[in-house]
Design a protein around this ligand. Structure first.
Ligand SMILES: Cc1cc2nc3c(=O)[nH]c(=O)nc-3n(C[C@H](O)[C@H](O)[C@H](O)COP(=O)(O)O)c2cc1C
Length: 199
């Protein structure tokens, strides 16, 4: 009788141990399934990229990055623009580049893991009504298909204008309407615009 009881007890213990083991694996399997359905947060990040020759666009870009908790990246020209390069009343480098469809000023450095970003704010100063050619160097360096691009600019007075030329070099990207800021725009002004985007 004792032996029979011991045997029964052993059977009960073994069954409950197997049950526990099964319970332990179930949550892991569920978590794995959930993870497979939703892309990891790592791939939904926002990036603020900007080029700024004299600091105005940098100021706005920094405010956007703070307001959106985004990563911030500066497009740095391989050959920096001197004051003479930016003297638009002369035959300066900036003017020559803007008049040359083929101009693609080289960029120093690059962005690793561009694929982790879903949304990108893209900032630049207006040069003769358009984005500087270095912005085209940047846009042609990555695959932006499936990403949302939100352009912004600073200028003396010109509006942001058409982004059609930039759109043409980023096939598959979703461009939102852009926004022009004046040089000294406050963080409140920037925040108001960001909040109005409904991101
Ligand atoms: C070569 C050049 C061309 C410019 N063209 C224009 C223009 O067409 N319209 C305008 O309102 N401002 C123009 N500006 C002024 C800049 O857009 C303005 O100062 C801008 O805020 C500079 O931004 P940054 O400090 O980030 O470089 C021009 C500036 C330069 C250097």
């Amino acid at each position: 009788m004792k032996k029979l009881l011991l045997l029964l007890l052993s059977v009960v213990i073994i069954i409950s141990m197997v049950g526990c083991a099964a319970d332990n694996t179930a949550p892991d399997a569920e978590t794995a399934a959930e993870q497979a359905e939703e892309p990891p947060a790592l791939f939904n990040k926002t990036l603020v990229v900007y080029f700024s020759a004299t600091g105005n666009t940098r100021n706005v870009a920094q405010n956007i990055a703070s307001a959106t908790n985004a990563d911030l990246h500066e497009i740095v020209p391989e050959i920096p623009y001197t004051d003479a390069d930016l003297d638009y009343n002369s035959d300066c480098r900036a003017n020559r580049e803007q008049n040359d469809d083929m101009a693609r000023p080289a960029i120093n450095g690059s962005i690793e893991n561009m694929e982790q970003y879903e949304t990108m704010f893209l900032g630049y100063p207006i040069w003769w009504g358009n984005a500087p050619k270095i912005i085209f160097t940047f846009l042609e360096s990555y695959d932006f298909s499936g990403k949302t691009i939100i352009p912004f600019c600073t200028s003396g007075s010109s509006p942001i204008g058409s982004t059609a030329a930039m759109q043409s070099v980023t096939p598959g990207a979703n461009w939102l309407d852009g926004h022009r800021f004046s040089g000294g725009s406050s963080s409140d002004v920037v925040m108001e615009w960001v909040n109005g985007l409904g991101l």
